[in-house]
Design a protein around this ligand. Structure first.
Ligand SMILES: Nc1ncnc2c1ncn2[C@@H]1O[C@H](COP(=O)(O)OP(=O)(O)OP(=O)(O)O)[C@@H](O)[C@H]1O
Ligand SMILES: [Mg+2]
Length: 277
């Protein structure tokens, strides 16, 4: 994409350039470049094993816990280099990941989980402020403060996982499939929450298999296939593209459908960047 960014480099969001990641001999990402401008929500779509979680781990500095590593390329946030940084340094730099599978500390209480998240907070005042925000966003976490996290429902555990990440007052949140396995109503509530978190000023990189939901939240999206970006562009354009509709939204247009013809015409405009390997 040819996006002119008039902001000074220090004000830039997340910039990933030509990233390659491997787990031992397994090459999981290759030549991945992506931008998440400050204040935006950007989605990464793709099926199982496409490399979505690997991308987030590379950004959050957690690849080493999965026996993986960056083999080439660069990652920067707000003009500061993240590639090669320790997880704690990435958190201190304002980037916090909510891992796949809403991994809360099941035997700890809700309150203890939140306190664990506050370990990444810049200072006590920031932690107190973040706590107020989290409990406003998720009142159920205040109601269940003393309960063991493992007893919460799936949706509530996802709220806790997001709440715990917010305790570190991140400038950027990395969300790995936050709606996976949730009932549609709960998935919609999580989507609303992501919108609200973004509206309060946090930049969001959202990884999802639920393309329909992700494309309503994001301004831009990237499609990963077998470790490579195969398609990217404005979310609305991707949502209208036949290829995305067929492969990721499960929608087949009936022949002769006028609306579909219009959409096909729209999607043939050169708005989507395509890379061939
Ligand atoms: N710890 C690991 N060791 C070796 N290979 C791994 C490891 N984690 C992931 N991989 C491989 O890297 C590739 C990308 O996996 P990744 O988990 O990033 O995909 P994903 O898009 O998040 O998939 P899903 O939607 O299933 O979560 C896959 O081929 C996977 O088998
Ligand atoms: Mg994954």
């Amino acid at each position: 994409m040819d996006v002119h960014d008039p902001r000074p480099p220090g004000d830039s969001g997340l910039v990933v350039r030509d990233l390659a990641v491997s787990y031992g001999p397994v090459l999981a990402l290759r030549g991945v470049s992506l931008d998440v401008p400050r204040g935006s929500v950007v989605a990464v779509l793709g099926g199982n094993g496409a490399g979505k979680s690997t991308l987030l781990r590379a950004v959050s500095g957690t690849l080493r816990f999965h026996r993986g590593g960056i083999t080439s390329g660069d990652i920067a946030f707000g003009g500061k280099r993240l590639s090669g940084a320790a997880t704690s340094a990435v958190v201190a730099g304002g980037v916090v990941q909510v891992p796949e599978g809403r991994r809360v500390f099941a035997r700890m209480t809700v309150e203890e989980n939140l306190r664990a998240g506050a370990l990444g907070a810049p200072d006590r005042r920031a932690a107190a402020e973040a706590r107020r925000e989290v409990l406003t966003l998720f009142p159920v976490l205040a109601e269940r403060a003393g309960q063991r996290a493992g007893l919460l429902s799936g949706g509530e555990q996802q709220m806790l996982a997001i709440g715990r990440a917010l305790m570190a007052s991140p400038r950027m949140l990395l969300l790995d499939e936050p709606t996976l396995g949730l009932a549609p109503m709960m998935a919609a509530r999580i989507a609303d929450t992501v919108r609200e978190i973004n509206a309060r000023g946090t930049t969001v990189l959202l990884v999802e298999q639920n393309a329909a939901m992700a494309l309503t939240l994001a301004s831009h999206a990237y499609v990963l296939e077998v470790g490579e970006v195969v398609l990217s562009g404005p979310a609305a354009e991707l949502a209208a593209s036949d290829e995305v509709r067929r492969r990721y939204l499960g929608i087949e247009d009936a022949p002769g459908d006028l609306a579909a013809t219009g959409r096909a015409a729209a999607s043939s405009r050169p708005v989507l960047a395509r890379w061939s390997s």
